[in-house]
Design a protein around this ligand. Structure first.
Ligand SMILES: [Cu+2]
Length: 273
């Protein structure tokens, strides 16, 4: 029994190790057996992971303290050690302490999370804007600052996948943005509520018909980043992925010119040379 437990434990720790290392070399995409977050691609996601790690320390300390207290009480006040229990009911000092300490813990969580909340909310001096509209079941992207063109973005069927594409995540016309640019995203929907979510950007904002929501991102490294609609929006909710290519400014400019002329498809091999 003890042997089996040890085997299970070591298998679990290997899995954890593998999970944590498996994410390290892949950006913008989930990998098999991944446990932790995707690698952060934007300052927002870096801050979110920082907050998560901070919370995990607090969680671990609270769990350790409560577990230790339970064991201590269980042993100390077991009937074999404590045949005639005391009938004490109140202790002002302990009651003050167990109110003040949790309050301080909550405040220490509240302050950083509110700071990140406002940081995520709006871009300060954005470089460009993209309007995202959710449809059943595809996305529409509009570039008002780069010529005012717009296009539709549909999932790629399995037969259309090429080398480097990801089944169920690749689309025919991805979003293209310049690396390092602060991109303001305005979101709405044409039919039902959708949600534009990109895990490596730390981004998940609802696209609501008749409303305009706002968010932003700033991609730090060139690459391809994937996301999915994250609001149940109908039968093909799982088939309206998001694909974002972050490229050098010159590549973006060239793409924007051809997109304005009607050729919106982005070919990573051709456009990035
Ligand atoms: Cu949707």
């Amino acid at each position: 029994m003890k042997n089996l437990l040890m085997k299970l434990l070591s298998a679990f720790s290997l899995l954890m190790l593998f999970g944590f290392s498996a994410q390290a070399d892949e950006v913008g995409n989930a990998v098999p057996w991944q446990i932790n977050f995707q690698q952060a691609a934007t300052p927002v996601m870096e801050k979110l992971i920082g907050l998560h790690n901070y919370l995990m320390v607090i969680v671990a300390l609270v769990v350790a303290f409560v577990t230790a207290l339970l064991i201590y009480v269980g042993v100390k006040f077991h009937h074999s050690n404590n045949a005639t229990p005391s009938k004490t009911t109140h202790n002002t000092m302990i009651e003050v302490i167990w109110t003040i300490i949790p309050t301080m813990i909550l405040i220490s969580i509240f302050i950083p999370s509110i700071k990140i909340h406002y940081y995520m909310d709006k871009a300060v001096a954005p470089d460009m804007t993209i309007k995202v509209t959710g449809h059943q079941w595809y996305w529409e992207y509009e570039y008002p600052d780069n010529g005012g063109f717009s296009y539709l973005s549909n999932i790629k069927e399995k037969k259309d996948l090429r080398a480097g594409d990801v089944h169920l995540l690749s689309v025919d016309n991805p979003v293209v943005v310049p690396v390092g640019a602060k991109v303001r995203i305005l979101l709405s929907a044409a039919d039902v509520i959708h949600s534009w979510a990109v895990p490596s950007f730390g981004l998940k904002v609802d696209a609501v018909p008749g409303r305009l929501n706002e968010t932003w991102f700033q991609v730090k490294k060139p690459g391809v980043y994937y996301g999915q609609c994250s609001e149940l929006c109908g039968i093909k909710h799982g088939f309206m992925p998001i694909e974002i290519h972050a490229v050098e400014q010159s590549v973006f400019d060239a793409w924007a010119i051809s997109a304005k002329a009607g050729k919106v498809s982005f070919n990573a091999e051709n456009n990035s040379k």
